[in-house]
Design a protein around this ligand. Sequence first.
Ligand code: MLT
Length: 273
Amino acid sequence: MQITVHFSPNHVDELELRDKVVVVIDVLRASTTITYAMRSGAREIIPVATVAAAMKIVGNLHSTSTVLCGERGGKRIEGFKLGNSPFEYTEEAVRGKALILTTTNGAVALTKSKHARVCYVSSFVNLTATVEALAAIPNIDSENLIILTSGREDEFSLEDATCAGLLITRLMTRFGTMRLSDSARAALSVYHQYGGDIYRTLVESDHGRNLTELGFDEDIRAASQVDSVPLVPVLEQTAIKKRLVFSDQLRAELLERGILADDGMVARVAKVA
Ligand code: MLT
């Protein structure tokens, strides 16, 4: 496997991602929030890059089961039902609903990935599940994996690079030697430097400091919990409808709550070491 990392969606054109295997990372907070929302039974999540596009889509859908969600500057957008805190995405708020989600960086990375052959949404909370989901792709060994980190307003972000580095470390353990681009090697170094205390790295990052000022420390703590939600949201073209589940316990919980059966989405079970 060959791995390349792009540290901001603005460093890559969507055509470069066409037919590729892509992992999108936005630790603070879009990837973490999307994973929580899928665990809570959201029917689908449609990431959109702008507030205007979100309003337009919701206007066209005319559905009571559609929810406008997202943030600008970390805060819920005026008139939107939900912001971008994972804790807002409870079963009561999102189960069976289509979420139109616009966020400053994460949603942009996802819209760029709409032509990917496979696109997984990843963060610390579903790190090992992401490795397992990648391992399930036929002939993944011969693929060129692109990790697209969302960054922060066109810039590099420490938390996403640290997560990309941990993902690469786990992939190397799983698959052995790989061909790493300079950017992938840089992500590995960031992880070796900052991966020792993930919560601290997140809290001291630029975006972490901003979220702390806004009162979202619990979101940072949740985002730092490695493998706490062993489920991988899958973007297919313009929407995330599918969740791959990588723990028997979570699968049983979701089945009991009717989340896997109700939406008819495929769940794949694998043992996580
Ligand atoms: C983003 O997509 O830029 C982030 O998720 C921002 C945030 O923390 O809400």
